[in-house]
Design a binder for this molecule. Structure first.
Ligand code: TUI
Length: 317
């Protein structure tokens, strides 16, 4: 069940982790989230090791609070990053897109808190057994690389299966989502898409505007045939992808179309030919705010929803 002391021990005011989003989660975003009382995360996915190191150094200048690093296990340099976080005395690691099993011993020896993202009960159990400190149960509503199960169904099943804190991710964009995650037994939440549209997020304005414009039905999942399903906002790239898939393109052709596409959208602002990763909750996001405003507003709203239960007599004082 809920274990809020987990977050207090990490020095956080609020039980919220910022998603480690490739080409998005840099020192500016991570430091802003940590300074606002959450846990900021620098994403190392597909980023050269020396740049990740620079971002870590910059974040250390921007905040004296704890921040973490996300390691995307499909990255070519995942092993290098796994070692870098030890050298840089990073306190928290989240992982994605695979099992971090082979690094767990090294990270634990360095006193690092390890929080793998899991898309299934089976992986959650394995991670708990191998010594993970908590898991992030991420539903398929999320943006980027996803599993098959929704947050609503995955979360209580993972919570019943492991005895470490479980953090909810996927489809959480405001305080109602936080309150819902708590009701399902989560110890905290991870939020990605909403932080895309934060002032401190350094992605191209076109990307932010596209998220603000998004409707509920605007995301699609590409890449199922390649074994790496990825949720993105529909655009010219996803239509090309569909056509290639229907024409029976090879896995290599499909992978080639996606390669570098996220960078193109996030950094160059090419939201037609680039990959605009976002979760299904994008339709809820209407304006750009600072990370502090986002976090405080979300927890105020969560509190409001939870205390509303009192007024209808569902919970007593
Ligand atoms: O990792 C993410 N989201 C991401 S990573 C990314 S960059 C990318 N680049 C190339 C190909 C694909 C993605 C964009 N978004 N979220 C965490 C996450 N992890 N979601 C799902 C999983 C996952 C999937 C399978 C975790 C473990 C897993 O295990 C398989 C196994 O080894 O048992």
């Amino acid at each position: 069940m809920n274990n809020f002391s987990f977050f207090h021990e990490l020095g956080m005011k609020y039980p919220i982790i910022q998603g480690g989003m490739a080409w998005v989660s840099d020192s500016s975003l991570a430091a802003a989230v940590s300074n606002a009382g959450g846990l900021g995360i620098i994403a190392a996915a597909n980023t050269p090791t020396h740049i990740v190191k620079e971002e870590i150094r910059k974040a250390k200048q921007l905040t004296d609070k704890t921040f973490g690093v996300n390691i995307m296990l499909l990255s070519e340099n995942a092993e290098e990053i796994a070692k870098l976080v030890c050298e840089e005395q990073i306190k928290v690691i989240t992982t994605g897109a695979g099992s971090p099993g082979k690094y767990l011993k090294m990270w634990k020896e360095h006193g690092i808190t390890v929080i793998p993202v899991v898309p299934s009960v089976a992986l959650a159990k394995r991670m708990a057994k191998e010594g993970a400190d908590a898991v992030i149960a991420e539903g398929g509503e999320s943006g980027g690389h996803i599993g098959e199960i929704t947050t609503m169904a995955l979360l209580p099943q993972v919570i019943d299966a492991v005895d470490i804190p479980v953090i909810a991710a996927g489809g959480i964009g405001d305080g109602r989502g936080i309150a819902a995650a708590f009701m399902l037994g989560a110890s905290g939440v991870q939020v990605g898409t909403r932080f895309l549209v934060s002032k401190e997020c350094t992605i191209h304005q076109n990307y932010k505007d596209r998220v603000i414009k998004a409707r509920d039905i605007d995301t699609v999942v590409t890449g199922r045939p390649t074994g790496h399903p990825v949720r993105v906002l529909r655009n010219k790239l996803t239509r090309q992808y569909d056509e290639l898939e229907k024409a029976g393109a090879s896995l290599e052709q499909l992978e080639a179309l996606g390669s570098g596409a996220l960078r193109k959208a996030a950094r160059e602002g090419d939201i037609d030919n680039g990959s605009v990763m976002a979760g299904q909750i994008a339709g809820l996001i209407k304006k750009e705010q600072t990370c502090l405003e986002i976090i405080e507003e979300m927890f105020d709203q969560a509190q409001e929803r939870m205390t509303a239960l009192k007024s209808i007599g569902i919970i007593k004082d």
